[in-house]
Design a protein around this ligand. Structure first.
Ligand SMILES: NC(=O)c1ccc[n+]([C@@H]2O[C@H](COP(=O)([O-])OP(=O)(O)OC[C@H]3O[C@@H](n4cnc5c(N)ncnc54)[C@H](OP(=O)(O)O)[C@@H]3O)[C@@H](O)[C@H]2O)c1
Length: 289
């Protein structure tokens, strides 16, 4: 990792920045002298994280914006604030995400995991794309998961209306959609100077595993706990993709802990990606301008 990269003058947005990987990513960028915009859904948690990042980095150019990535109105309001407040956008890190324990609906009536992990980030990306285009070379980084590898999305039932809801299936599916969307986005942005990549951060000891995880997660945690990474280690891949000159030209790739990797065959299938792209545009009511 290029720990001493200088990001002075660069503006970087990190969603889900109040805890875990996102907070460490914000801190790492602030330590590299970037102007960091931390996006958090809870104002109180956000303010506490903002203070921590400012104090630990010694960088006062760290801001906080509040948004719920599962709500399209909230994401639209966030994009408006970013566009109004900042003259440029060099790095967008779509890091916020989670795994709903049961099937519940977002404010827009969409299955929550899909809404927060894929549709919200996709909407934010399309809404701020002109700013990214005006700031080239610029980078979009989508924090995905190896859970995409085993996902088998049913394109006719992405919201588990007919299938029985399963936390892991819904989570993996949302990340597969995120990867396929990233690859399609990269294809569409070819030659523009805006890159788009996605990554698996490793298995990281964060709040995502929950205070009282469902049985399947408990089993996974029991097996992997001794090997789990710290949040700081979990942020390394995001920081690498956001700052390293080695990947300045790289686009449409999936990384596992800063190493290029093959995403699942389903996520790389251009026919499926086109279907996911079209479905996403319909669900968010936004097209690539
Ligand atoms: N930890 C792992 O092993 C692992 C593995 C693969 C991928 N990932 C991915 O890494 C990313 C970061 O997760 P983490 O492990 O650092 O977990 P975390 O500590 O729980 O952090 C998740 C962050 O996302 C925020 N968030 C969740 N839903 C949101 C919403 N609807 N709107 C706005 N913010 C929202 C959370 O806010 P609150 O604090 O308010 O909930 C928190 O700031 C996620 O995308 C996750 O899927 C993690």
């Amino acid at each position: 990792m290029n720990e001493h990269a200088n990001m002075n003058g660069k503006i970087c947005v990190v969603t889900g920045a109040n805890s875990g990987i996102g907070k460490e990513t914000a801190l790492g960028l602030a330590q590299m002298d970037a102007h960091v915009v931390m996006v958090c859904r809870n104002a109180e948690k956000g303010k506490a994280a903002l203070e921590d990042v400012r104090r630990e980095s010694g960088n006062s150019q760290v801001d906080l914006l509040i948004a719920d990535m599962s709500s399209q109105a909230s994401v639209r309001a966030l994009a408006k604030q970013i566009i109004a407040k900042y003259p440029r956008l060099d790095v967008l890190i779509n890091n916020a995400g989670g795994a709903a324990r049961e099937r519940k609906l977002s404010a827009d009536g969409i299955e929550m995991t899909l809404a927060a992990n894929h549709l919200g980030p996709a909407l934010l990306t399309l809404l701020v794309l002109d700013l990214l285009r005006a700031s080239t070379p610029s980078r979009i980084i989508n924090v995905s998961s190896e859970a995409q590898r085993r996902a088998r999305p049913d394109m006719n039932d992405l919201q588990f209306e007919r299938r029985k809801f399963n936390t892991f299936a819904a989570y993996g599916q949302s990340k597969l959609l995120m990867n396929a969307f990233t690859f399609e986005l990269a294809r569409r942005l070819e030659g523009t100077g805006v890159t788009a990549n996605c990554l698996h951060p490793g298995v990281v000891a964060t709040n995502i595993w929950g205070a009282d995880p469902p049985f399947i997660f408990k089993m996974i945690i029991a097996v992997v706990k001794p090997f789990m990474l710290s949040s700081k280690q979990g942020a390394e891949a995001s920081l690498y993709l956001a700052t390293s000159p080695d990947v300045a030209q790289t686009s449409g790739q999936y990384f596992v802990k800063s190493k290029p990797a093959q995403s699942s065959p389903l996520s790389r299938d251009p026919r499926i990606a086109a279907e996911i792209w079209g479905w996403t545009e319909t669900m968010i009511g936004q097209r690539l301008a």
